[in-house]
Design a protein around this ligand. Structure first.
Ligand code: ZN
Length: 317
């Protein structure tokens, strides 16, 4: 059983504006500073709740001087943060004061506020009182009654199907392979419940193909409770004709990557071992953590990676 969203990973340009936006403005915690395991001269920044709980994690590869990407078909086009009841006006004001492009719309009768991050990535905010596992970070710049709780939803814009075995489309894969439940449909948007999370699919023929670069979402990872379940999934995906990667050790979780028929890159990630394996909760994310395979290059990597300023004013409310 897939438990829901584990994390979402996106591409960014420079790391400091990314930190300023997600920690300084949105009040998330930088829960891990590490490097891109496949390209260690680049940061991999993980944001989340106070404890780095799966389902709250948004991660970035900030590549520095790269061009802006384009949202479009074949990728995840936005993420929706769950925020507490009666907090959307706070968010609109907070975004507007900082001149962050933002707006609002109604989706399935629910008020949704959207904003663009410094690289143009779309993040959304939606109120809900549904309880989610969340550890409030006491040094957050956002008060607890307004703070982001979890990544409630992702929105996908599949490209035209490239059937994989018996699965013709993204919808087909979600329903018949992942056991997601279609719960709502209106116009070209369909919503699925997948574990504790939601997946929206928006089909829009006029949308261009996505161009992967700064401001676009690279992949979305779904949660598996443990390595045994993950191993079963790897076998199942391979049997069904998906080109799945081998199980990869990401230090904080185990990963499998594969593309679905709509072209979107998916990952399965285990809940454990988690972000507390190499630093205590009190100081999560405050220092660069180099994975064992690059430990011998630590000094060189520290010299290449720009120093991050993590000093933001926490709320006292
Ligand atoms: Zn990932």
């Amino acid at each position: 059983m897939i438990l829901g969203i584990h994390h979402v990973t996106a591409l960014a340009s420079h790391p400091q504006p990314n930190v300023d936006f997600y920690v300084g403005l949105l009040g998330l915690r930088l829960v891990k500073q590490t490097v891109n395991f496949d390209d260690p001269g680049t940061y991999h920044l993980y944001y989340g709740d106070g404890a780095g709980t799966p389902g709250t994690l948004l991660t970035f590869f900030p590549y520095g001087n790269i061009q802006k990407g384009r949202r479009g078909k074949g990728e995840t086009t936005s993420i929706t943060f769950q925020v507490p009841a009666n907090s959307l006006d706070f968010w609109i004001e907070r975004l507007s004061i900082e001149n962050v492009p933002n707006g609002e719309e109604m989706i399935f009768g629910q008020r949704v506020v959207w904003a663009l991050d410094p690289d143009g990535m779309r993040v959304e905010f939606e109120e809900s009182e549904v309880e989610t596992p969340n550890t409030y970070w006491n040094s957050s710049t956002v008060p607890v009654n307004k703070a982001i709780r979890a990544i409630k939803r992702i929105t996908l814009a599949p490209s035209d199907g490239h059937p994989i075995g018996e699965y013709k489309t993204t919808e087909d894969t979600l329903t018949n392979l992942f056991d997601a439940k279609p719960i709502q449909q209106e116009g070209n948007r369909q919503r699925f419940q997948l574990g504790t999370s939601e997946v929206d699919i928006v089909r829009d023929d006029s949308q261009p193909r996505a161009q992967s670069s700064a401001g676009t979402i690279h992949h979305v990872a779904f949660r598996n409770a443990n390595e045994n379940i993950q191993q079963e999934w790897l076998q199942k995906l391979t049997e069904k004709g998906f080109h799945a990667s081998p199980m990869m050790d990401r230090e904080y979780f185990e990963s499998i990557y594969f593309r679905e028929p709509g072209g979107v890159l998916f990952e399965f990630a285990t809940d454990g071992p988690g972000f507390l394996i190499n630093e205590p909760e009190a100081t999560l994310g405050t220092e660069l953590r180099i994975p064992p395979q690059y430990e011998s290059k630590k000094t060189q990597l520290e010299a290449i990676l720009p120093k991050l300023n993590l000093n933001f004013t926490k709320v006292t409310a």
